[in-house]
Design a protein around this ligand. Sequence first.
Ligand code: GAL
Length: 503
Amino acid sequence: MVFGGTLFIGTVALWASKAVAVDNGLAVTPQMGWDNWNAFGCDVSETLLTQTAQLIVDYGLKDLGYHYVILDDCWSTGRNASNNNSLIADSTKFPRGMAAVADDIHALGLGFGMYSDAGKYTCGGYAGSLGYETVDANTFASWGVDYLKYDNCYNMGQAGNQMISSGRYEVMGNALNATGRPILYSLCNWGEDYPWNWGSTIANSWRISGDIFDSWDMADARCPCDGDDAWNCGLPGFHCSVTNIMNKASFIVSKAQPGAWNDLDMLEVGNGAMTDAEYVAHFSMWAAVKSPLIMGNDIRTIPPADLAILSNPAVIAVSQDPSGSSAARRWIYATNDTDINGRATIQMWSGNLKSTTGGDQSDMVVLLINGNKNTIVLNATLADIFVDNGPLGTAPQVKLSWEVRDLWANRMSDDEAKAIIDASSAVGNATTGYNATTIGAGRYNATKTSYADGLAANSSLLLGKVSTTVQPSGTITATVDPHGAAMFRLRAMPTGSLKRDEL
Ligand code: GAL
């Protein structure tokens, strides 16, 4: 069976026979981890990284699949002319050097990510890698780096069409590959020159927008391109709201594939400026469209409710689904129920997931998004959910009954999240120590059982809670919080009539 560009025989995907994404074997499902930029900007240090790494372990986030600890901009003091012009790590921020940081992170079973820029300078004004790709790739490899985020500032005008931009980014991709060390390659050119058209052959992911802002829908002139031509944004900007980025993603969902993903930017969950419902919707969307899930908050001060959001295995299982296919927006309607600076819409997204019922029929993820400032009841018809399989209700799936599973119903309680936080001694909490068999008991551990295997085994932690069934030609209904989302997994129910037809 050929599915989404991948040849499946049984459950084994044969990449080599039909490689359409960069073949470094990484990010077969969207990468997960943490990056300091959204919460800390340039305020980086060895302590920040090693404390955060320890907490990712202590809070069970590593077990859930968050793997890369990524150091963003502002870490160097320039180049060393007497050592092949290699980059120098700032010895005040990183007194033991970068390799020691990498060693500590590796000792915890995590990966180490770093940042550079395909330009003369980084966005923070530090030395960039343009013209120094080979020496820098070799330095990163020698330090034990597992992931490179590669930015676009000060690119000396080497942009403006796809060939120039892709060529500039390919130089670093080749240099990374030539090191022989598997290094996940994350492009950060903000969607300039349509990286979704060329990124998959040289990298594992590409940013599609200017920088995210901790806001649901606040309009900001510095992040333009909010309409039907958002895919064609000549000025990516920054201060982009969650809904602005969702809109940009809606046009290019088909470009996501195993090993190569649309990057909607790092998560804002936990940074404090959005409501709980908004963070739920943000996390749900990022999972459904297969964006990398890179936490962007201060883990050392994470509120329990935000730990609960980031720790929802049923939602992460959608992100990490083996079929690697993004959900798509099926409808969007503008409404008037908004604040003066917001833009309200209601939206429905759906997408194929690998079957967990053993049959040929894919599971389906369904998202109902309420952009209104008031609670609303939203409906999704099977005809709209399955429109890709036939317009106007003609899809065969519309004739089936479906089990509807709420993917947020089993969200960890704030009390449990607080107990997990309190058990870690890493940042001066109680000193009982995290104990995965007691405090972590019953939580999903993707480092032991991959999401693919857990789904195949019908792990109840991954499938959500049965909330209802929907009959042929039926409708799913959900009451959705302001700026919130309802998220469901649909599973096909056995059909008596089909069996009769077969006789
Ligand atoms: C931006 C990038 C951000 C962050 C920042 C560092 O261009 O999009 O994610 O890396 O540079 O200066």
